[in-house]
Design a protein around this ligand. Structure first.
Ligand SMILES: Cc1cc2nc3c(=O)[nH]c(=O)nc-3n(C[C@H](O)[C@H](O)[C@H](O)COP(=O)(O)OP(=O)(O)OC[C@H]3O[C@@H](n4cnc5c(N)ncnc54)[C@H](O)[C@@H]3O)c2cc1C
Length: 451
């Protein structure tokens, strides 16, 4: 009898964030031999965890919307949906020394820094953006210009410009209205009433990333952490070679999926003979901004809102979040747990500053916001920096997006800069990962290579 040998195709995935883990998981379930390479010691990417006072947390604050179906479905599939719970959110805005509730149309009507006409206009603009589905014209105008025209100068200066500056720093007046529309649209459509509910995993998001990692390993896959990929080349056999600093993990594969930021992918492939200058140009055309996040636990309740938008130049950060307010004191070990976040460009002093000095600046900021804030009650504190936290969606962005199939045969690029018009998010990472897995499973001809 003929001996039938089934040979698994091999796939390397570069990056163990949610995009990479989803591709790796899905293809490992389909019988592919999967190897995941992650340069940091942990899996999870931007959602990687750490422990504070024995509580499992994320380095950067994360939640899910009730509409994040792709990640919810994946959680169900790997059996961790029981740990995913949705909680009532509460939002406030800090402006000129006062904290205002900012959840309902009534809150907006009571926001006295704006004239009554500006409040009504802001509500009307918000409602219009929530309902708008034809987003294409918004790609041609910056958020700053569009809002100044339709929401008025004062409302833009008080409500929108501080948020754009906090999120994009020096790029704030480059970002398109389409980006802001997608944020408002997704948020509004995730509410089933005026009460917003946000999801969080008991045990942290690592509950899901660990489940995906375990499934990959159980299917004979390999996950190499602390493994930095420096180059991708193609062998004479047509297989792709993934170069690491360690020769024992430098291997060849039938397919490679890179989930690194675009400019990093450019460095990995710039000398590849199949790479084109057009594609490389797209990779370097997208700017990224970094994020700095402080997490601290304290015996003191500083504020009981979950989310605080900081619309005040005197405060050196964009957002303050109370995890305790969202998921309850029992989930934060009986203490109050807060996150502070700020987005900064790559040349910002925070990337070279002592972490304690940044935390001291931010604690001074908290002291300005809240008279009762007492830094001596802080029990634990950590500060994390992320270099490539958000891409800049500027005018003409859609023409800059690199294709998933790169000019190099069997080499895919999948990162959050290719998600459009939606903004990045864990749900989109999962969706993109599923889509790339499907593309590999379909084995369609490769543009420029197969007839
Ligand atoms: C402050 C902050 C808050 C956020 N909050 C939310 C939220 O509340 N809800 C939400 O849905 N989303 C949120 N996001 C967005 C979310 O984190 C991302 O959309 C998602 O994690 C992207 O996953 P990814 O796998 O595409 O990318 P990443 O998580 O960036 O993964 C890419 C991985 O590639 C690795 N890598 C890079 N170069 C190499 C190399 N040369 N060799 C090997 N590995 C390499 C990186 O180390 C990284 O682990 C937030 C992001 C930030 C920064």
């Amino acid at each position: 009898m003929e001996n039938i040998i089934t040979k698994k195709e091999s796939v390397a995935v570069i990056g163990a964030g949610y995009t990479g883990l989803t591709v790796g998981y899905r293809l490992s379930q389909e019988g592919y031999a999967v190897t995941v390479y992650e340069k940091s010691p942990l899996t999870g990417g931007l959602v990687a965890g750490f422990d504070m006072d024995g509580i499992p947390l994320e380095r950067a604050y994360h939640f899910l919307y009730t509409t994040d179906r792709d990640v919810i479905n994946l959680s169900e599939e790997v059996g961790v949906d029981k740990d995913l719970t949705f909680h009532d959110s509460s939002v406030s805005t800090y402006y000129d020394g006062t904290l205002y509730p900012f959840m309902t149309p009534f809150d907006l009507l009571k926001f006295t820094p704006l004239s009554l006409w500006d409040r009504i206009r802001t509500g009307a603009v918000g409602f219009y953006l929530q309902k708008l589905t034809n987003w294409k014209p918004l790609t041609k105008v910056t958020a700053q210009e569009w809002l100044t025209k339709w929401n008025g100068k004062r409302a833009t200066e008080i409500i929108w410009t501080p948020l754009l500056k906090g999120k994009f720093d020096k790029y704030y007046d480059k970002v398109t209205m389409c980006w802001l529309w997608s944020r408002i649209h997704v948020r509004a459509n995730s509410k089933d009433s005026t009460q917003e509910k946000l999801g969080y995993f008991k045990g942290g998001f690592r509950v899901l990333s660990d489940a995906l990692t375990d499934r990959i390993v159980q299917s004979d896959g390999a996950i190499y952490t602390s493994s930095n990929i420096s180059e991708i080349s193609t062998e004479a056999t047509g297989k792709l070679k993934v170069h690491t600093d360690d020769v024992s993990t430098t291997k060849t594969f039938d397919h490679v999926v890179s989930t690194t930021p675009s400019h990093i992918f450019g460095k990995l492939t710039e000398h590849h003979p199949q790479m084109t200058s057009d594609y490389l140009q797209k990779l370097s055309a997208i700017d990224y901004i970094g994020a700095v996040v402080m997490v601290f636990s304290t015996e003191q309740e500083i504020s009981d809102y979950y989310w605080h938008n900081i619309n005040d130049d005197r405060i050196p950060f964009l957002v303050l979040l109370s995890k305790t307010s969202l998921s309850g004191k029992e989930s934060t070990g009986g203490r109050y747990l807060y996150y502070i976040g700020e987005y900064v460009p790559h040349d910002h002093r925070y990337f070279s500053m002592d972490k304690n000095a940044i935390m001291d600046e931010w604690k001074d900021g908290l002291g300005k916001m809240f008279d009762h804030f007492d830094a001596t009650q802080i029990k634990s504190e950590e500060l994390f920096t992320f270099r490539n936290a958000q891409h800049i969606v500027d005018i003409g962005y859609e023409d800059k997006i690199p294709s998933y199939k790169t000019p190099v045969k069997n080499l895919y690029l999948a990162n959050f800069s290719q998600i459009f018009p939606d903004d990045r998010g864990v749900n989109y990472a999962v969706k993109e990962g599923e889509m790339i897995a499907q593309m590999i499973l379909e084995h369609k001809p490769w543009p420029g290579h197969d007839a």
